[in-house]
Design a protein around this ligand. Structure first.
Ligand code: PEP
Ligand code: MG
Length: 851
């Protein structure tokens, strides 16, 4: 047949030899890896690779010539077929073993390995063929209890009855059916969706390999197993795996009776004792593969009458922690270079190392879902208010703060909680920003749950009710809320982490600072080797019990004089805050943003708060209530906040500038000279900067005079309104640096409230309106265009200006990639995201070099 003739020459079917044209993108990773093993002269059974195109044609009914494939193998050899996709993580149809088994082979094999072993092998093939290839009802075959010849004949009869034909005896037909069924399984919709979810492209191809079986059954020492030289959880060197006598494939891993350890082990028998030579050889092969394939590999092996065969090699499965240690060890052993080790660790996986996590093996009793706003997981008793959180912490009881949303008033409660759960909010809402800053697991925007905080009830998505004191777990890594206390795995930061980070820093070409508001944040930032503080949000410093009252008195002051009196009480506290930050960050830049939020956020919102304030101010409650109401705004995020406060109530910024300068002098007494950076928030007009610069310069001059000491400082502008981007050339002339506040810039560019976005963001992302939450990954097209304009115009206006971003995007690898290309000098992110940012930035630089 001309068709057969053409297929006879099908270049898509290739015997794997050292020089055969086999490649990952055409034949898949397994085929390529087997070729590498063949090149290393390892004892790999004869193998044929079928490429993606041929498999695709098989799925659509066009078969290559089976006889030609079989000709590659010894007559009567049993074969197995395994999938070979481009990336092993994309999965694929299960392997089918023992193809070629039929009545004649059974007789032959019974002589060689005994009737029982031959029956078991034949029966296993019939059952696997029936279920996975002929797609017959599995129950019929799984119900067969008999073994030996009886079991085999029951299986063959069941096949005949169900398939309405005898079990196929022709090896060519068996092979053709197996290939067809595996090829079709790959092209099915479910399989496609599953692999796409793992990152596979829509048109990902499947290769297949056909390999001669090394039996693992029979006379002498026979069996199979898997072996690797590193522990998959820790990455530490350790011979791991199992061996099972008289078995095939991965049966040894099924955990049934009979599987034994590989290395001598006090818990039971081992291959090392049973077959020391084979064990030694296996270890040598694995070490050789590690060296030559430049990766930690798991080998699948068979021992046949004492002889070792290597059937397959796959990259060792690994936790994030193991991935890091394996990469570092490979580089330390000189097998890969340091930049290569840096490239091998997934930056997002790092956050798993920095926080406690729910054990991936643990049962999850899911009660709700929301935005995964701050990674890590914690278990505690539910509390519904900040004061209950404080009481709980005082009793030493871990608690989870459950709020509809959080406000600055909740910060103290957040400090006392082990995790936070809110109904409202998105990636940059208050709870999310503070949670990340504190390294506190946080799920926000859990809109499917009922937050009946007044009745002290939390209602799960499935209707279950949880009250105060009930134990739940917040998993801020996945965005899930769980009932009870699942098993956790602890955070681990070991030497390999520090080593890899130092290698990353050698490559990185963009600066990384941290957003840090408190001494604890600053210490974390320093520990993670941030190159300074890129944003200190000073408003977070005003919520301590002793500060909130003078703060409120200041807000209520009728005259500038009264206001100054209240501010004078706050001054020493602010000075102490800044002195401590400067001391912790000694020698590094610290960028302090002047007061930003609307003042009314500092006023009480409930009756008891109003009463307390009335007592403190010696005013009637009605007076206080009226004044608080009068300060309300229709749209506070666009109202009297940021630099507008600085212009309208200048005494606040005067006090903060003075505190910064006095702290500069104090901290410079006993350490390296401090050069503070002062930043003005929410600027939209050049004149705002001019006015405030004059005022701050005047405060600096006054402090210099009073103290008789000189110091430098730099003044910058937060570019977080679209207008500031557009007018950056003018603004830059009055500033030493510009820092893009991409949280507010995203909010204002989209006209999308950062506090309410969680409500519908998942719909938007699921329906493809947004590829990703723009508060999470910088929108390179829209917001990004404004940033690019800001960068370009800012540099036009002031060639020496320093440019940075300090929105939450600073810790997101994709957004960092954008910042690098946009010409940003440094990014600043929450302290716990600093390592992720360092690694991601290094990978971008390395990728550019090897392009
Ligand atoms: C921003 O808007 O990007 C920013 C960093 O400031 P904040 O989140 O405090 O508004
Ligand atoms: Mg902002």
């Amino acid at each position: 047949m001309p068709d057969t003739l053409r297929q006879d020459q099908d270049p898509g079917v290739t015997l794997i030899t050292p020089s055969a044209p086999i490649a990952n993108p055409t034949h898949g990773g397994r085929a390529k890896c087997l070729q590498r093993l063949v090149r290393l002269d390892l004892p790999v059974p004869r193998t044929v690779a079928i490429d993606f195109d041929t498999v695709h044609r098989i799925a659509h009914g066009s078969m290559p010539n089976m006889e030609r494939i079989l000709d590659h193998f010894r007559p009567g050899a049993l074969l197995c077929v395994r999938p070979s996709s481009e990336d092993p993580d994309w999965g694929g149809p299960g392997s089918v073993l023992n193809i070629g088994m039929n009545d004649a082979a059974y007789v032959d094999l019974s002589d060689r390995i005994g009737a029982d072993a031959a029956s078991a092998l034949y029966q296993r093939f019939v059952v696997s063929f029936a279920i996975h290839v002929a797609r017959l009802d599995p129950d019929v075959f799984e119900e067969i209890e008999a073994t030996g010849q009886q079991g085999l004949s029951e299986a063959l009869s069941a096949y005949e009855e169900e398939a309405e034909e005898p079990f196929p005896q022709d090896p060519a037909r068996q092979l053709a059916e197996v290939l067809r069924s595996m090829a079709r399984a790959w092209e099915g919709t479910t399989a496609r969706l599953l692999r796409q979810a793992k990152g596979a492209p829509v048109d990902a191809g499947l290769g297949l390999i056909v390999q001669e079986m090394a039996l693992g059954l029979g006379i002498g020492e026979c069996g199979s197993g898997v072996l690797q030289l590193a522990n998959s959880d820790t990455g530490l060197p350790q011979v791991t795996g199992r061996y099972l006598r008289q078995s095939q494939g991965r049966e040894a891993l099924r955990g049934g009776a009979g599987s034994i350890f590989l290395e001598r082990d006090p818990r039971g028998p081992s291959l090392e004792e049973l077959a020391p030579d084979a064990f030694e050889r296996l270890k040598q092969y694995a070490a050789f593969m590690r060296l030559k394939l430049r990766a930690e590999m798991q080998i699948e092996f068979t021992i046949e009458n004492g002889n070792v065969h290597i059937l397959d090699g796959v990259r060792v499965k690994r936790s994030s922690r193991a991935a890091l240690r394996i990469a570092v060890r490979l580089a330390e052993d000189g097998i890969i270079s340091r930049p290569e080790a840096v490239m091998r660790v997934e930056p997002r996986g790092l956050s798993e190392l920095l926080h406690r996590q729910v054990d991936p093996e643990a049962e999850r009793d899911l009660i709700g879902r929301g935005v995964a706003a701050s990674p890590g997981a914690a278990t505690g008793r539910i509390v519904f208010s900040s004061s209950e959180a404080q009481a709980s912490a005082a009793r030493g009881e871990p608690c989870i703060l459950v709020r509809r949303e959080t406000s600055p008033e909740d910060v103290r409660g957040m400090h006392c909680a082990v995790a936070v759960l809110t109904e409202r909010g998105g990636m940059t809402s208050h709870a999310a920003v503070i949670g990340r800053g504190l390294g506190l697991p946080c799920v926000v925007g859990a809109v499917g749950m009922g937050f009946k905080t007044q009745q002290h009830q939390l209602v799960a998505e499935d209707g279950r009710r949880f009250g105060e004191g009930d134990v739940i777990t917040v998993d801020g890594t996945s965005g899930q809320v769980l009932a009870g206390s699942p098993k956790m795995i602890e955070a681990v930061l070991d030497d390999s982490f520090q080593t890899l980070m130092s290698w990353a820093d050698e490559e990185r070409d963009i600066g990384i600072r941290a957003n840090a508001d408190t001494p604890a944040d600053a210490l974390t930032a320093r520990n993670f080797a941030a190159q300074g503080i890129g944003l200190c949000r000073t408003e977070h410093m005003f919520f301590d019990a002793e500060r909130i009252t003078p703060m409120r008195e200041m807000i209520f002051a009728d005259s500038s004089k009264d206001r100054e009196a209240a501010l004078a009480r706050l001054l020493p506290m602010q000075r102490a805050d800044f002195t401590e930050l400067f001391r912790i960050m000694e020698g590094m830049p610290v960028c302090i943003r002047l007061f930003d939020p609307p003042l009314h956020e500092f006023l009480p919102s409930d009756r008891s708060g109003m009463r307390e304030l009335a007592e403190a101010l010696d005013l009637p409650v009605s007076d206080v209530t009226r004044r608080v109401e009068s300060m309300g705004e229709y749209n506070p995020m666009l109202g009297m906040r940021g630099v507008r406060l600085g212009i309208a109530v200048p005494e606040i910024y005067d006090m903060q500038a003075r505190a910064i300068f006095e702290a500069t002098i104090e901290a410079s007494h006993d350490g390296a000279p401090v050069v503070p950076e002062i930043m003005l928030p929410l600027v939209s007009a050049c004149r705002e900067v001019e006015l405030l610069r004059t005022r701050i310069d005047a405060v600096a001059a006054a402090v210099r005079n009073e103290r008789g000491r000189d110091f430098d400082y730099s003044l910058g502008v937060m570019v977080e309104t679209p207008r500031a981007c557009l007018r950056a050339h003018e603004i830059a002339q009055h500033a030493h640096f510009l820092s893009f506040g991409t949280n507010d810039l995203t909010q204002m560019t989209y006209g999308l409230s950062r506090d309410d976005a969680g409500r519908f963001m998942s719909h938007y992302v699921q329906q493809g309106v947004f590829a990703e939450d723009p508060f999470h990954r910088l929108d390179a097209e829209g917001v990004g265009e404004l940033v690019r304009i800001g960068v370009e115009r800012g540099r036009q206006g002031n060639g020496g200006i320093m440019l940075s971003i300090c929105g939450e995007h600073g810790g997101d690898p994709d957004s960092i990639a954008f910042c690098r290309t946009a010409g940003i000098d440094y990014v600043s992110c929450s302290p716990f995201r600093v390592p992720v940012a360092r690694l991601a930035a290094a990978q971008l630089a390395i990728a550019d070099k090897i392009k």
